[in-house]
Design a protein around this ligand. Sequence first.
Ligand code: FE2
Ligand code: FE2
Length: 293
Amino acid sequence: MLYPELFKQLEAVRWNMDKDIPWDAFDASLLSDDQARTIKMNAITEWAALPATEMFLRDNKDDSDFSAFMSVWFFEEQKHSLVLMEYLRRFRPDMVPTEDELHEVRFEFDPAPPLETLMLHFCGEIRLNHWYRRAAEWHTEPVIRAIYETLARDEARHGGAYLRYMKRAMLKFGDEARAAFAKVGVLMASARRTAQALHPTNLHVNVQLFPRDTIQSRLPDPEWLEHWLDKQIQFDSVWENKVVDRILHNMSLLMERSFASVQELNRYRKEMAAAVLSGGLKDEGALGASAAA
Ligand SMILES: [Fe+2]
Ligand SMILES: [Fe+2]
């Protein structure tokens, strides 16, 4: 089980809402309306850990270790939402999200393959770590800068915890896990070539609710994310490449093979997909043989 060790590690570095945020350093002259609005939107997207946790627990019913770890992840993500709301409550109470606005992002996700979801969230944590580091630079008000830096470190640790579960999955499931991780890795490292920001909160997750089946589409301002990335924090190709490099670097370590580009990871994805397929065919062959005997 990984849960006891991860619990201990994350507990040891956990920050305190009252003591570790420099609330006294607040400077009202350095916070614009635009900036306050982005904090509100981030508070709501962090709240989306609630439906994500419901999905994780539903889709991992046979994995009690991972499900137990969800208690830590869920707690920390809700705390992210809470610290952003606490900031607004103190300094821009008119911008605090309403309970209805928070509740709006709670909806059911369609069942998805757990290995792919795990990799999706691993990449999501890496991406969010980079987005928040940029947000800390873009903001001018010192308290919110410290909050985004704090959140960025948590997201990196979450990525590290998911990576541990990915390693465990490779021991358990072999090529099936490799194929799933490579498939989602290619998708998530290809953001440069797509118009849309690739993050779990921006993916369609419920066919029946389409097009209002992404977290972003259910925000008070669905256009906010693209605006935040392009115009405000200016998440440009230099930053995008950092995300891609982190994903490729971790995939290289995980698969014990070097991937210098998304194309190389894509070739590996095809190999693994073929290996899973031929493994499946062999199993069918074996079944056929035993049925004949
Ligand atoms: Fe978070
Ligand atoms: Fe996170």
